[in-house]
Design a binder for this molecule. Structure first.
Ligand SMILES: [Zn+2]
Length: 469
């Protein structure tokens, strides 16, 4: 993930003990070899190659019986190392739409000299896999490819086609993004009833106990606005009441005081409903109250005191950068401020812009987007046919750990697939340490047991979604 994902189900009181590792059977050595190859293929943007990684995964799929017609490899001419792969296990029902499993295989840059171990060697130590991409997002990518291989080898005939997309460009701004390309140019390769992507994970507490299995039902939308105050300026020895810095200060105080309306969708409604029982107390009661009545101002005020819960309730906008004036002895001519908004899914950017203009209520302050406008995403749904199988399989693998739909505050490639009309759910199906396995950071890691369990989970889950036998 690009931005830090704040799992909203933090600090739940429920916890279940971890089960003992079972790596025997089910072709674990073959999986481990595939995962090792993927992690050890450097895919950082500066000197790595996603294309090489996709070719290696395609070779494994071919060896397992997939034909050239089942495999789409693509790399843009001007970015030959930013390749992607879409592999399909054809469904028997030719009229049915498929299921998309999408994972990015590019990684954040890792500098060998900063790491304790070689970031591009898969190292197993003390119950952990270490290496760049071990958690973000090559465990899931490897599980998807391995599952497709196992299904082919055992002769499984799904009713719905199962499409696995491995893409590049998720971690680096301004480069070729495979998920965006597929969503806009090759939707025929990936079209599906829904997609499963990275996103929410299972949460472990500091003692390693399982707290909750989260599923991302919605993402807030990232949008920056630039506020500009201008003034004819002048000499600071002759100040006037009109002043660009003061005008901006007044505007920002109004932005600070403004609260966007409370909104509920399938994601935060389910989150509040399920978390209310676990949290209890004043917060739990407020969660129950807000679901019953989104206009309950007292409940909203209680929840809004917590930054994460406030962000779950509504669109938020906050000043993040300011720049103004040009000399210590001059009246400022221009002041600009970046206001970063995290928009509630389904709300158009224009609506948020209009709300900021109205709150500031000063025609001298310009409110503009910075040229980049986030795509409008449809209001997400969390229907039982998506959630039910996850609850069932999670219970089989993990026991009585609550499954909690969440709305994440960061962004993944799901913005592209959902903008293309494929409802996209962020579900890693694996438990990660409270620090997220230090994804993007040094010494990235994931528990071996998490990968073992995640692999078992997806093998069962995708069969339920795809049907057939
Ligand atoms: Zn990621």
């Amino acid at each position: 993930m690009k931005t830090s994902l704040i799992a909203l189900a933090a600090a739940l009181l429920f916890a279940a003990p971890a089960v003992a590792a079972d790596k025997s059977g089910d072709g674990w050595p073959a999986f481990r070899d595939l995962y090792k190859e993927l992690v050890e293929t450097n895919t950082q943007h500066s000197d790595g190659s996603c294309t090489l990684a996709t070719e290696r995964m395609a070779a494994r799929l071919k060896a397992a019986g997939y034909s050239d017609a089942d495999l789409h490899l693509y790399a843009p001419a001007d970015a030959p190392k930013d390749g992607l792969l879409v592999a399909t296990l054809q469904g028997t029902d030719t009229k049915a739409n498929g299921i998309l499993l999408i994972a990015h295989i590019d990684v954040v840059e890792a500098k060998r000299s900063d790491w304790q171990r070689d970031p591009y060697s898969l190292i197993e130590e003390d119950g952990y896999f270490y290496g760049r991409g071990t958690t973000d997002d090559k465990a899931q990518a490897a599980i998807f490819v391995d599952t497709l291989i196992r299904y082919k080898q055992e002769g499984y005939k799904p009713k719905k086609s199962i499409k696995v997309a491995l893409t590049c460009g998720e971690e680096t701004e301004g480069v070729f993004n495979g998920a965006r390309y597929l969503s806009t140019e090759r939707k025929d390769w990936i079209d599906a009833d829904f997609a499963i992507n990275e996103g929410a994970s299972g949460e472990l507490d500091a003692q390693g106990k399982r707290v909750a299995m989260n599923i991302e039902a919605a993402q807030k939308v990232y949008q920056d606005f630039t506020l500009t105050a201008t003034n004819k300026g002048g000499h600071s020895s002759r100040p006037r009441p009109d002043n660009a810095i003061y005008a901006m200060a007044d505007a920002l105080k109004k932005v600070q005081a403004y609260s966007f309306p409370v909104m509920l969708n399938d994601a935060n409604r389910a989150y509040f409903t399920r978390t209310a029982k676990l949290r209890g107390g004043e917060i739990g009661a407020a969660m129950t109250a807000i679901v019953a009545n989104p206009n309950d101002a007292a409940a909203a005020a209680t929840l809004s005191q917590d930054a994460s819960l406030n962000a779950t309730l509504r669109t938020t906008c906050v000043a993040t950068l300011i720049n103004g004036g040009h000399a210590p002895n001059a009246l400022p001519g221009t002041v600009t401020t970046n206001v970063n908004c995290r928009i509630f899914p389904g709300v158009p950017v224009e609506t948020v812009q209009a709300a900021l203009v109205a709150a500031i209520n000063d025609p001298a302050i310009k409110v503009e987007t910075d040229g980049h406008r986030s795509p409008a995403t449809p209001t997400p749904k969390m229907p039982p046919e998506i959630l039910g199988p996850i609850e069932k399989v999670s219970a089989e693998i993990y026991g009585p750990v609550p499954v909690i739909p969440v709305m994440t505050l960061g962004a993944t490639d799901s913005i592209h697939t959902s903008a293309a009309g494929i409802p996209s759910y962020g579900f890693r199906g694996m438990f990660v340490d409270p620090d997220g396995g230090n994804a993007h950071g040094l010494n990235e890691r994931i528990q071996v047991q998490s990968v073992v369990d995640g692999r078992r989970l997806f093998y069962k889950l995708i069969k339920i979604y795809a049907g057939g036998k």
